[in-house]
Design a binder for this molecule. Structure first.
Ligand code: NAD
Length: 487
């Protein structure tokens, strides 16, 4: 069977959603039903944490830290290496589950698992490079040195659209630093988290890793709130909406803890008069409709030079006519479903708001009905000519709605690109070096990620990932994230 998975995650059954890494804990918390947006079927139920299961798990994690921090870092790295190997063996099955439970294309589901493998490889190398500095002291006969020590417990709160990768970005680095992890997955995709835990459990057992180094506490928002205000957790790494980030940042800040916030984006591509329009078309279409517009880095706005505006608009509308919308596990389809009916309603309401503010739809939206669309979560990617000042354009709508706007000068284009509260990803399409450099300069894009001649979506584990302003300021994954965050 296509969706069967080999590592004891119980499809069509009730699963315990709380684990200390070596055992699943019974609890009487909220029951999370996981419906696949692909076909609308209830694929499993997961029992979330009650306060007792939460306390039990946090105590296990605390005890584990006392032991785990004493393991030599390269030995911890060896455990992470084996986690990567186990993920390689299970890539196909886990990628399919990600696609089926979340609704992204199979290719992207597999890509997400590959990111997990990549971050494990990256972390293994770093486990032998936890370098510090030595310096001369002003006091005679002294020397000084700085070295990194583990922080303790890292609380990871993740969003539905990256059900597995974001956890591993944090966990692999935290583990080699000697930290222990407690993961609160999104309540919309609990089965993926259980699959991850089942995959890595054998590695932890085989290596006698203390119980509590890798914990999972499934549950709704309140579990995230318990974690945010828990003084035993020095770092909360939270990925999700800006609304969530503001609540987490406040709760963690009140207890003077550290938070790493990876929040919403409102990403634009500037298409200049010197752009390669075919290249721009691929970047814009993939960025706007990929994962049905449910990436934090999805392209939401196109800022197009007036001299190529009409030509590009036509090309884009034609490209949208070719889009195939349907089951994301079928690789012939380009666009899968939204995560649930609430997301569909938000998409419909954004279209209405855009129209009310004067937006003109070049490609109309709407819900798809009929065979293959029974889940009610499939929508048409749409394009509107709009103004940056529209209230709806200033917001992130997590759906495939693309806003087009015109500009005359590059300064004006950069001001439009920066003229939203969010600051995650951005791009410029141009063959003009001066324009590219201006966009990348300190007077250019104010986003955490600035791309030239490639779209806004996508991330590589080698570089630090994150954004400015309401995106939260966090940096995750590669580059110097390791030293500045987990140790
Ligand atoms: P969400 O904010 O609804 O939920 C995210 C997580 O936060 C869930 O696990 C949820 O249970 C938890 N949560 C919600 N309220 C909380 C609170 N008050 N305290 C503690 N925890 C709380 O987001 P979502 O709908 O799952 O995901 C979509 C959002 O995530 C989009 O805004 C998207 O841009 C953002 N996102 C950002 C990045 C990034 O790296 N910047 C990556 C993926 C997703």
């Amino acid at each position: 069977m296509l969706y069967e998975i080999s590592y004891s995650t119980k499809i069509n059954k009730t699963n315990n959603g709380v684990s200390t890494g070596l055992q699943w804990i019974k609890s009487k918390g909220e029951k999370l039903n996981s419906y696949s947006p692909v076909d609308g079927k209830l694929i499993a139920s997961v029992t979330g944490a009650d306060k007792k299961a939460y306390e039990f798990t946090i105590a296990k994690a605390q005890a584990a830290f006392a032991e785990w921090r004493q393991w030599p870092a390269p030995k911890r790295g060896e455990v992470v290496r084996q986690v990567g190997e186990e993920l390689r063996k299970n890539k196909q099955a886990l990628g399919q589950l990600v696609s089926y439970e979340m609704g992204k294309s199979l290719q992207e589901g597999l890509g997400e698992v590959q990111e997990m493998i990549d971050i494990c490889d990256f972390a293994v190398g770093l486990s032998r490079q936890l370098h510090g500095l030595t310096m001369h002291s002003e006091r005679p006969g002294h020397r000084m040195y700085e070295q990194y020590h583990p922080l303790g417990m890292v609380g990871i709160i993740s969003a539905f659209n990256f059900p597995v990768a974001v956890w591993s970005w944090n966990a692999a680095l935290a583990w080699v630093c000697g930290d222990v992890c407690v993961w609160k997955p999104s309540e919309k995709v609990p089965l993926c988290s259980i699959a991850c835990q089942n995959i890595i459990q054998s590695v932890f057992k085989k290596n006698n890793v203390p119980e509590g180094v890798s914990c999972i506490i499934n549950g709704g928002r309140e579990v995230g709130e318990w974690m945010s205000s828990d003084t035993r957790i020095p770092l909360i790494s939270a990925t999700g909406s800006t609304r969530m980030g503001k609540a987490v940042g406040k709760a963690v800040g009140e207890r003077l803890g550290r938070s790493l916030l990876e929040l919403g984006g409102n990403n634009a591509i500037i298409i200049t008069k010197d752009a390669d329009l075919d290249m721009a078309l691929i970047g814009a279409a993939f960025g706007a409709v990929g994962t049905a517009g449910q990436r934090c880095t999805s392209t939401r706005r196109l800022i197009i030079h007036e001299s190529v505006y009409n030509k590009f608009k036509e090309k884009l509308a034609n490209a949208y006519k070719q889009l195939k919308i349907g089951n994301p596990l079928n690789e012939k389809n380009h666009v899968g479903p939204l995560i649930d009916k609430d997301a569909v309603n938000m998409y419909l309401s954004a279209i209405e708001k855009c129209k009310a503010e004067g937006g003109k739809f070049l490609v109309e939206g709407g819900i798809l009905k009929g065979k293959g669309y029974e889940s009610g979560c499939y929508v048409k990617p749409c394009i509107a000519e709009a103004k940056n000042s529209f209230e709806i354009v200033q917001h992130e709508t997590f759906a495939p709605i693309l806003y087009l706007m015109k500009y005359k000068t590059l300064d004006e284009a950069i001001a439009l690109q920066n003229g939203v509260p969010q600051g995650l990803s951005s791009a410029i399409m141009t063959n003009n070096l001066k324009e590219a450099e201006a966009f990348l300069s300190q007077n250019g894009s104010d986003c955490g990620i600035a791309n030239v001649n490639i779209g806004t979506s996508g991330a590589e584990i080698g570089g630090a990932f994150g954004g400015e302003k309401e995106t939260g300021g966090g940096r995750e994954s590669g580059s110097d994230a390791l030293e500045s965050i987990y140790a």
